[in-house]
Design a protein around this ligand. Structure first.
Ligand code: T4K
Length: 368
């Protein structure tokens, strides 16, 4: 039997992609904000109902650039969560800022907004919350706190492309949101990412930042790097965007089947279905809380059947070796995140996963 991996990239028809990139052979224009790049940017601004979308070569550099664009004072504190991919915390630290780790709530794994205020000090300048698995953070509470304490809010929305809260696109909350368009995401440009925001004044700096800080042939404004999305990436995005609604509809059917099979079983905790949120069905996390001996046994039982689930997110970032020096590090400071990281598995999920395979995966978990 073929191996089932945690996800599988969505791809357009081969011929559709070839038609899209044919233009690149005609023009010899391969990168540096060419026609495909401009087209994808417009398509995304429409799709996301967002006035400004700036494209990047990947989500991580997009996040690094938008944090840099906020021009926050060095060594200032940024409140964030450790239950995320390495990228979130690294982007903060690589900007010379200090991450302060807030715990998550156990129902949807996003930042616990009731614990943010006690972490705010005179050094706090920003919050970087994560819409983990596509679940939305409590954007209203975060918005109020940011207003009260005059903090920037930059969402790591890597998992939340095409998600809406009360009908509003996830691109439109906080000062900015970063999406990842990596091959493993609901919408991919092979590698890729974007920063989305409403503020007109950010446009120039976000564009300069990804192009060595160069404003024009005469002026270099910032110490920027190279984080431009190339034309082949943008072409993949244009094609994939055409099919996104179908892809999400297929994912929904798979997620509903997982829920049918696993909901209500003692010791299996599924992510809360959030009210007022239109989901993108990005990941299917399951927390094994006393169901059987432990999560790792289930991981290896699945592996014996050629099924690869993943422990997103273990280890949590505040326990990383590279952050041992931080006074704010230590997984004991975020007990809910530590608990979930020790027990979570994200099960295989992609548009073409068959219902039979979903049933087989659930059978292995439930019948062991
Ligand atoms: N913030 C958050 C919250 C994130 O989750 C991420 C990325 C970022 C920021 C940064 O965004 P990017 O800079 O990546 O745009 C993967 C992804 O590389 C990473 O994008 C993602 N989060 C993270 C959660 O997962 P790995 O090391 O687990 O990926 P890998 O290579 O093991 O792939 C997982 C599975 O995906 C494979 O078993 C099969 C499938 N796959 C993979 C690739 C590379 C495909 O079907 N096609 C492919 O091309 O990190």
């Amino acid at each position: 039997m073929d191996k089932i991996l945690v996800t599988r990239s969505s791809m357009p028809d081969y011929d559709e992609y070839c038609r899209e990139i044919k233009k690149l052979w005609d023009s010899h224009w391969l990168t540096n904000m060419g026609e495909e790049h401009i087209q994808l940017q417009k398509d995304l601004e429409n799709f996301l109902d967002c006035p400004h979308v700036v494209l990047y070569t990947n989500g991580h550099l997009a996040l690094e650039c938008v944090i840099a664009a906020m021009q926050l004072p060095k060594h200032a504190e940024v409140i964030t969560t450790p239950f995320t991919f390495a990228s979130t915390t690294h982007a903060i630290v690589r900007n010379g800022l200090t991450p302060v780790f807030c715990d998550i709530n156990p129902d949807d794994y996003t930042i616990d907004v009731d614990k943010i205020e006690s972490l705010i000090t005179e050094k706090t300048v920003a919050i970087v919350p994560v819409h983990v698995y596509g679940n939305m953070c409590d954007v209203e509470a975060i918005g109020s706190l940011a207003k009260k304490y005059d903090l920037k809010v930059i969402y790591d929305a890597a998992h939340a492309f095409a998600v809406r809260y009360k009908g509003i696109s996830s691109a439109n909350f906080g000062d900015a949101s970063m999406f990842s368009f990596h091959a493993t995401k609901v919408f991919n440009t092979i590698e890729g990412g974007a920063v989305c925001f409403q503020n007109d004044e950010l446009v120039q700096i976000m564009n300069d930042m990804k192009n060595f800080g160069i404003r024009n042939e005469d002026s270099v404004m910032y110490v920027g790097g190279n984080a431009k999305m190339n034309e082949f990436q943008a072409a993949m995005g244009i094609c994939n965007l055409r099919h996104l609604k179908d892809e999400i509809a297929k994912r929904k059917i798979i997620v509903e089947r997982y829920r049918e099979n696993l909901d209500g079983i003692k010791g299996i905790k599924l992510s809360k279905i959030q009210e007022d949120v239109e989901s993108n069905y990005a990941y299917f996390p399951v927390v094994f809380d006393g169901f059987t001996d432990n999560r790792n046994r289930i991981l290896s039982d699945l592996a014996k059947e050629n099924i690869v689930a993943r422990r997103y997110f273990y280890p949590i970032t505040n326990s990383f070796e590279c952050y041992k020096y931080l006074p704010t590090a230590g997984r004991e400071k975020t007990p809910v995140a530590a608990f979930c990281a020790d027990r979570v598995l994200t099960l295989p999920l992609y548009a073409d996963l068959s219902i039979e395979d979903v049933d087989r995966i659930c059978g292995i978990i439930v019948n062991r």
